[in-house]
Design a protein around this ligand. Sequence first.
Ligand code: ZN
Ligand code: ZN
Length: 242
Amino acid sequence: MARAVESALRLIYPPQCVLCGGRTDAEFALCGTCWRGAEFTGGLVCDRCGLPLPGEDPGEPVHCDDCLVTARPWSRGRAAMLYGETGRRLALALKHGDRLELARPAAEWMARAARPILVPGMIVAPVPLHWLRLFRRRYNQSALLSARIARLAGLEHCPDLLVRARRTASQEGRDREGRFANLAGAIRAHPRRRHRLAGRHVLLVDDVMTSGATLAAAAEACLAAGATEVSVVVLARVAKAP
Ligand SMILES: [Zn+2]
Ligand SMILES: [Zn+2]
């Protein structure tokens, strides 16, 4: 009976691509065109940021050039996809809230990418937005993702584990050093959540990783508040032009 209703509803409201609104076969999915445009990560990836790397899996963690030269205060990381055309459109649509249902498949891809680095007892938390930005935007896209990832992975979630200590100007248009300087000390543990951090391994969730400056500031805040280890997962990793 429920199935009959469902098929009847599907005839009236065929499932739509979460990104472009085109026809799809399944609910909360991408259409064929968007799917083919999405550069999902797979195979050998940098163990710290999830960037795909050429070559065979040597059976031990490998790191990309970026992670070799940049201090990463976290231990392991994964990305669901590259920040290509589809990755960029997904991240923008999530950020600006016109397609919030995107958080559902996006969190599934992220949870799948993060599977090799998940550890029992981890606490999952989003990279925080400043309250003013949160107020304007009404929600933190990373918190939508982290809530779903925690549920899929069966891990504890704490949406306000971290807070922005001060407002930072946009990262756009800054060079790498500028990005790190802009974020230094900008994030700290929520004073009332510190007890949940002590002795824990934190999984930080963000939508996009470019230089890694925001994730570094968030990871440092976790460690300063007593976390033993930090890992990260992002929806899309920006790969530098070769
Ligand atoms: Zn589509
Ligand atoms: Zn890397």
